[in-house]
Design a protein around this ligand. Sequence first.
Ligand code: FES
Ligand SMILES: [Fe+2]
Length: 392
Amino acid sequence: MAIERVLTSESLERLRRPTGRAFGLPRETFTSEAIYAEEMDRVFGRGWIVAGIADELAQPGSVVPLTLAGRPIVLTSNDEGRIQAFHNVCRHRGVQVVTKPCSGQKLLRCPYHSWTYDLDGRLRATPHVGGPGVHNHPDIRKSETGLVPVRCEVWAGLVFVNFAAGGPGLLTFLAPLIERWKAYDFTRLRLGGTATFEIKANWKLAVENFSESYHLPWVHAGLNSYSPMEDHGCFFIPGLCQGQLSRNYAQAPVDGRTLPRFPGLSPAQEKLAEYPVVFPNLMLGLHADHFFALTAVPVAPDRTYERFDLFVIGDEALEPEFAPHRAQVVEAWRSINVEDIDVVERMQVGRTSPAMDGGRFAPGQDDCVHAFELAWVDAMTDGGDRSVRAAD
Ligand code: FES
Ligand SMILES: [Fe+2]
């Protein structure tokens, strides 16, 4: 395995030191094609990862193909609006069945020989399978030849899939975060806007950048003026997420009005903002008046596609009178993310240099980045040896 050549016992020892004395992951973990291929299996192929948003599948008959963890899959919404995921691979000769998102579908027909599946993945038709005019054959049992399902569950308007057969369900996996955020009524989330980004850097660098507020004064001078670095702290839920929080979040009014908020929050919760990274690549932002999901989708070792979905609170927030407010929130996060792209891409460039020894972490600033790299090592090494992990 490529990872074993790069994650030597020496590099692991250096990474597992207390944050101030630790060195970051070897640079090859951000540049190597072989390690990228391994992390598709080990990091993205074995746990819950975000595939899309439920809104895109709100209409029964919706079909969304995508590539995730290097695998073609398709999300469907059946007659009852149930969202499911399948490997997007025909059971006959392995053709990718769907290539474009579509709606109003009842069936998925493979273009090659017209084997046809319903939106629950069942094989429905095999024309001429047994010879001209013979549409069924005892050797091809339809009940055993449906599209191969992928585990799929929805939380907070986000569609997650899991390529592993075993392990906890999504809500069990997320339970500590759901418990932490139980005061917020997530049934009120409504899709309020989206944005996308392309970054010439490894997906881990996008996630690591999101995990620290150390760069705020220099990269986000505007944001730092109303949400300064010193108001930010870290929080950890071992095995699930780590991230920043701010206790001084303030809604920016537009025309003297602010977006509707989650009902029933305490005064402290009204001013709280939390930004966890749910391992591996889901970056969340929870505020009194909006929630967002920013997903860093790996495209290549040095390419990442990011998707930002804003959720506002309750039907009222979707009224036309709040359109400027929604647009303002999307634009605020879009411009902050654009500000980040230059430094993230330059971290990638730095990792092409033999002088890059993993880099140091700023003690008191980079605990979340360090925790993320340790979690990545655990995922890549089947848990590693946690007993040698340094206590921070
Ligand atoms: S490959 Fe799909 S029907 Fe032949
Ligand atoms: Fe940033």
